[in-house]
Design a protein around this ligand. Sequence first.
Ligand SMILES: [Zn+2]
Length: 118
Amino acid sequence: MEIFNGRAATDEYMATHSLTFSTPEMTLKKFALWLGDQVNIPGKNKTVPRLMTYINDVKNQSNKDEFLPDTDDTFKPSGAVTDMFKDHTQVASANNCRNCSQPLKIASKFCPKCGSKQ
Ligand SMILES: [Zn+2]
């Protein structure tokens, strides 16, 4: 079975393009156009849409999840905003350090920040 490796395509696009000054609409349009760019196949005198270079022949269908990008729309903080949302996700299931009030996992015996025993 042939599968479009969307994960590799999105990773490659994000590694080679600055998304800083783009709106989501622009990023989406530019990504779609980038996928459709005609590119040379190395060693062959032929061009194909870039999308075709991300088509993998996969024999085992069960591992297709590896190739599919995460299309789950629920918000997961990442990068610079991770810290901003960290407290909300930890408060429900965490204790705080007795010494420095650093949020800790329930099973923590030591504080990773100040090293004090819990
Ligand atoms: Zn501490």
